[in-house]
Design a binder for this molecule. Sequence first.
Ligand code: NAD
Length: 463
Amino acid sequence: MNHYFLAIIGGGPAGYTAAEKASKAGKDVVVFEQTSLGGTCLNVGCIPTKTLLYSAKQYFNAVNATKYGVTAENVTFDYAKIAQRKTKVVRKLVAGIKAKLNNEHCTVVNGAASVVSRTDEKVIIACGEEQYEAENLLICTGSNNFVPPIPGIKDNEAVWDSTSALAATALPASMIIVGGGVIGMEFATLYHEFGVPVTVVEAMPTILPNLDQEVVAVLREKYQKSGINILTSTKVMSLDGNKVTVQSAEGEAVVLEAERVLVSVGRRANVQGLEALTDLAYNRGAIIVDDFMKTNLNNVYAAGDVTGKIMLAHVASRQAEVAVGCMLQEMPVQRIAYNAIPSVVYTNPEIASVGMSEKDAVAHYMETENKSQEEATECFEVRRMPMTFSGRFVAENEGEMGLCKMIIDRQHQTVLGVSMIGNPCSEFVAAASFAVRMGYTLPEFRQVVFPHPTVSEILKEIL
Ligand code: NAD
């Protein structure tokens, strides 16, 4: 049996980042991946979605170019070609990960791994006919699309999840999207920009309920004006083929119909293959970890979606770095900080945020400083600035609205969070992340020079 310093189950952003870091430090590493390196993000998540969305944006912008004095006639698209390009992009990036791990002499085993046994000294893992022994185990098994227990949803051929939607080589004639979260709104953007009629059914009173609601309101208004049918406070009662019975906000039963129904109501941690770790502690199906990514079992760590913390690829890779740093006893000791994690929703316009939203800030002061809700709102300042204060934004976003909001701690004058809507805010939210992560005060942040003319200058203007 081969012996390793580290065995990693799952080759997604957490798994391959950990493998690279530990190998670079001279450790023997084995990674088990049952499908394709790159995980959900690279194969059936972030990258294929963004590739398709880019084609949609090219088409949409060409069709709507007259507002910039450009007329493009007979603009068409070939979705089969667009889907082919997506596959090519994914293959290229997966090959890149493979090459990286090869260069680091990391062993990659293709197959479904499962834990056989564990002691404080070693973990035994089986994959196919072989067994592998490692001093440390890092669980990076990711998550799966959640299928809600709605009558008629299971084994329904009209129903897609995000993976089947990405695999399609033709567009549906019409689409109902169940769940107006991140996946739902990105797919709503994709189909809408290609001219597919879209209805979004969201159970909560708002789409993207976890984001700053003032920012979300800008998106909702634009999308409703442009013809996306958004139904909030609407519950899906049952499905019959491509017919979806919902209970409207007014409490009436309404039957909606479309060629396809995309279900995007969240993801759940994937903990298959870990059954032998009988003492491993879970919280609502996700593995419990501390700030060093340690589980309750000595020498067993977890990183990524399986921890159920924040299901984002960049969180997964940071968690993996922290986990390996801890195994290597790196100094200074690193721990994961969740207060400055940027997140982006690739709608058009994009939404990007980092740190606290207004609602988070109220909860924060109520919890940490024992304030009443009213007192909590006095602890921070909310600054707002339309994106049109940026010259570049005005030049490139004819007729578009945009908003930048900043949350500032009144006492210390530090930046707690930023929420924005307006293209291309995904590309400069990292500047706000620096400020939040490093605890910049406003006078410190003001010393940063932003290039002109860029939309990023909005972060300077708002100071
Ligand atoms: P989500 O939690 O973002 O959204 C799910 C939505 O479905 C919520 O708004 C919820 O209220 C709604 N919902 C739940 N049950 C419902 C029901 N029965 N009927 C109608 N609505 C219902 O989950 P998601 O959009 O599926 O995304 C999964 C994960 O993947 C998230 O953690 C997300 O952050 C991540 N992701 C991130 C990106 C990105 O960073 N750009 C892109 C895609 C996915």
